[in-house]
Ligand binder design. Structure first.
Ligand SMILES: [Fe+2]
Length: 188
């Protein structure tokens, strides 16, 4: 004899067969299980968001190094030094972002090929190298990523992942400071 009345059993069956509206709104690769108490939906959103940021940080770091190596002109030394300082400032967050992805049960997509295929930043100009060409090109890219990261802060905070939002907030400050250093060169 069943311990559950037939009508109640049908209701339970119906509830179990209904797709979850929460998991339907945020999808992504299956995450590794963890004792971390964050909801799967929050972890899924953070992993996807952080992998996009990771790709763009790797791209931005390599583009800044490209500028550091190839810059020429009367302001060579100051720009050569500045670009190296900026590259260093975005290098450390790469590791923090990648490790946060794995802490949340995801897989960090951090190879050069993965970054190149995922990043939305435009390729660095290779036809000129003097004057403010590189400063302007880098300013656009640092602003581009800075604005994306600001949206990512809101997205991850709204999903309930305050720690990822905090990590991205620190990154946002780094990118804003770099943008200030670059834009200051273009002001009279
Ligand atoms: Fe160098």
């Amino acid at each position: 004899m069943s311990l559950v009345a037939p009508s109640r059993f049908r209701r339970i069956q119906h509830a179990m067969s209904k797709p979850s509206t929460k998991s339907a709104t945020i999808t992504g690769p299956k995450l590794t299980s963890t004792l971390n108490g964050l909801a799967v939906e929050a972890r899924t959103r953070s992993v996807a968001t952080l992998n996009q940021v990771l790709a763009e940080l790797i791209d931005l770091h390599s583009q800044t190094k490209q500028a550091h190596w190839n810059v020429a002109g009367s302001a060579f030394y100051s720009q050569h030094k500045l670009f190296d300082d900026l590259a260093e400032s975005v290098f450390e967050p790469i590791d923090d972002v990648a490790e946060r992805i794995v802490q949340l049960g995801g897989t960090a997509g951090g190879t050069i090929r993965q970054a190149a295929s995922t990043s939305s930043l435009p390729e660095f100009p290779t036809d000129t190298k003097g004057g403010l060409t590189y400063v302007t090109a880098l300013a656009e890219r640092y602003a581009n990523l800075g604005n994306s990261v600001r949206k990512a802060i809101d997205s991850t905070a709204n999903a309930g992942d305050a720690d990822t939002a905090d990590l991205l907030t620190g990154l946002s400050r780094t990118l804003d400071k770099a943008l200030w250093f670059l834009e200051a060169h273009t002001r009279a």
